[in-house]
Design a protein around this ligand. Structure first.
Ligand code: ASP
Length: 439
C-alpha cells in the first residue's frame, strides 16, 4: 500500500487557520495516510509554544508553586481550537487529565508530551481518522535509549492494519509505562521512525520554511533553494550548521532508503527540498556552509611517519581529555589537529604538555579563530576545475586560506580561513558557484 508519512511542525499547528491549512494539505493526496503532529507552536498571534508552557508548569509544580495561570492559557488555546474547528471532543475532561498529570509530579518530559498528545487528539477528530497514542509505539529502555527493534515491531503491528492515523510526535514510554521524550524538536524523529518502520513511499516534513538553501540567508542575500540532494550531502551541510530538521531524524530514513521531502505549509505550492539516497539528478555544488571557532594544533617532526603509533599517541591525548577531533590534515613531516574551541576550553595547557610528553614534536604551535567553510556537492567528483574555481574566487576576495581538506568521498571540500574572513568566504564561494547548483 502506498503510504506517505507527513509530519507537521509546531508553527504549522499554532491555531485554527493552521489546522485548516494542514487538513487541506493532507486531503490533497490520498496517499497521505499517517499524520504526525507537534504541539501547537508560535505564530504571529501566539507568542508561546505549548511545549514551553507545559515545561514551565512542570517546573513550577515541582517547586511547589502555583501554575494555574499558565495552565489556563494552555487550556484556553485548546478550547479555542476545539470550538472553532467544531470538534466533538470533551476538551474539559482532557484538560482535567493533563492538569492531574502535572499536579501528580510527573517528570518534565512527561508533562511536555501532553502538548503533542492533545494536538493529535484534536487533529484525529478534525480529520475523522484514528488516533494512536505514541506511548504504545515508541519504546524506550529504562536508561532512556530508544529500543528501535521493538518500536518498529510495534509500529508495524499497530499501524499497518489501520487505514489512516494521527500519531503524536516527540514522546514514547519507558518499560514501566511512564512517559519520556526525544530531544527538543523530536517529532521529526517520530515521523522518520514511522516512515522507516512502515516502509513508506515518502516521508514529508512540513515546516515554516520551504526547505534548505544553498547558503545561510544571514550571510548571502536571497540564496537559491536546494531542490534535490542526497542524504550524505544533507549530513555534511547539517553538521556544519545548516539546520531545518532534527539531526537524528535523518538516520532512520537514510538507512531505510526512504526519500524525505521538506516543505512549507505557508507555501504549499513550493517544490521544497527532496532528499533521497539515489536517483537524484545533481549539479556540481549543492550548498555552502560555515562553522566558526575552531583551533588548530600543528606538529612538525622529522621522519614522523617512521614513528609507528605516532598518530595514535597524538589522538589519544585528545581522547583522554574528552575532546572530539574534527580533522587531521597532514603533510610529510607535519600533521595538524582541528578541534572546536568550545571543546578545548580550560584544557589547552594540559593538552599541549601531554603532546610534548608523548609525541616529542620538534615544533608545536596552536592557532585559534579558525573557521571551516565547506562546499558540498555530489557533482564535484566528475567535474574538473572545481578546486581551481574555489581557490581563485577566495584569492580574488583577498581571503587567505589556512588549510584545505577534501573528503575522501569527494563529496565536499573544506577550507579553513580566519573567523573574521568566514562570511566573506561564503559570499565569494556562493557567487562563484551559484550558477552550478542542482536543478
Ligand atoms: N514540541 C516539541 C518541541 O517544541 C517537539 C517538536 O515540536 O518536535 O521541541
Amino acid at each position: 500500500m502506498e503510504r506517505i508519512v507527513c509530519k507537521f511542525g509546531g508553527s504549522s499547528l499554532a491555531g485554527t487557520k493552521e489546522f485548516q491549512n494542514v487538513r487541506e494539505i493532507v486531503e490533497a493526496d490520498p496517499k497521505r495516510r499517517v499524520v504526525v503532529v507537534s504541539a501547537p507552536g508560535k505564530s504571529s498571534e501566539e507568542p508561546f509554544k505549548v511545549t514551553d508552557m507545559l515545561l514551565m508548569c512542570a517546573q513550577l509544580a515541582s517547586a511547589g508553586f502555583r501554575y494555574d495561570e499558565i495552565f489556563e492559557q494552555i487550556a484556553e488555546r485548546f478550547r479555542k481550537l476545539n470550538y472553532e474547528l467544531q470538534l466533538s471532543l470533551d476538551i474539559e475532561e482532557l484538560m482535567r487529565e493533563v492538569n492531574q498529570h502535572i499536579a501528580s509530579g510527573e517528570s518534565p518530559e512527561s508533562c511536555a508530551s501532553r502538548g503533542e498528545f492533545l494536538s493529535a487528539k484534536l487533529m484525529a477528530d478534525y480529520l475523522g481518522w484514528d488516533f494512536v497514542d505514541a506511548a504504545e509505539l515508541f519504546l524506550f529502555s529504562s536508561e532512556g535509549e530508544l529500543d528501535e527493534k521493538e518500536t518498529f515491531r510495534r509500529i508495524v503491528e499497530v499501524i499497518s492494519p489501520l487505514d489512516r492515523v494521527v500519531v503524536p510526535g516527540f514522546y514514547g514510554a519507558f518499560p514501566d509505562g511512564k512517559l519520556t521524550t526525544f530531544h527538543r524538536g523530536g517529532s521529526d524523529i517520530s515521523g522518520s521512525l514511522l516512515a522507516a518502520a512502515l516502509e513508506a513511499t515518502l516521508c514529508e516534513n512540513w515546516t515554516d520554511v520551504p526547505g534548505l538553501l544553498m547558503a545561510d540567508p544571514k550571510i548571502v542575500e536571497n540564496p537559491k533553494p536546494i531542490r534535490h540532494m542526497t542524504y550524505p550531502e544533507l549530513r555534511e551541510l547539517s553538521y556544519m550548521g545548516a539546520k531545518v530538521l532534527q539531526e537524528d531524524a535523518v538516520f532512520p530514513l537514510a538507512k531505510a532508503g526512504i526519500p524525505l521531502h521538506i516543505r512549507s505549509t505557508l507555501l504549499p505550492e513550493d517544490p521544497g527540498t527532496l532528499i533521497a539516497e539515489n536517483g537524484v539528478q545533481s549539479g556540481i555544488i549543492t550548498g555552502i556552509a560555515v562553522k566558526k571557532d575552531f583551533r588548530v594544533f600543528t606538529l612538525e617532526k622529522m621522519k614522523m611517519r617512521e614513528d609507528r603509533g605516532f598518530l595514535r599517541k597524538l589522538l589519544s591525548v585528545f581522547e583522554s581529555n574528552k575532546v572530539a577531533v574534527e580533522g587531521t590534515p597532514s603533510g610529510i613531516d607535519s600533521v595538524s589537529v582541528i578541534v572546536s574551541e568550545e571543546q578545548i576550553s580550560g584544557k589547552l595547557d594540559k593538552i599541549l604538555e601531554e603532546i610534548r610528553m608523548y609525541c616529542h614534536p620538534q615544533k608545536l604551535t596552536t592557532h585559534p579563530d579558525l573557521a571551516l567553510v565547506v562546499v558540498v556537492g555530489k557533482g564535484m567528483i566528475r567535474t574538473k576545475g572545481v578546486a581551481a574555481n574555489l581557490f581563485t574566487s577566495l584569492a580574488r576576495a583577498d581571503i587567505n586560506i589556512r588549510m584545505i581538506s577534501q573528503g575522501s568521498s569527494e563529496l565536499s571540500i573544506l577550507v579553513g580561513v580566519e573567523n573574521e574572513d568566514a562570511n566573506r568566504a561564503v559570499a565569494a564561494l556562493y557567487k562563484a558557484f551559484k550558477g552550478e547548483e542542482n536543478e
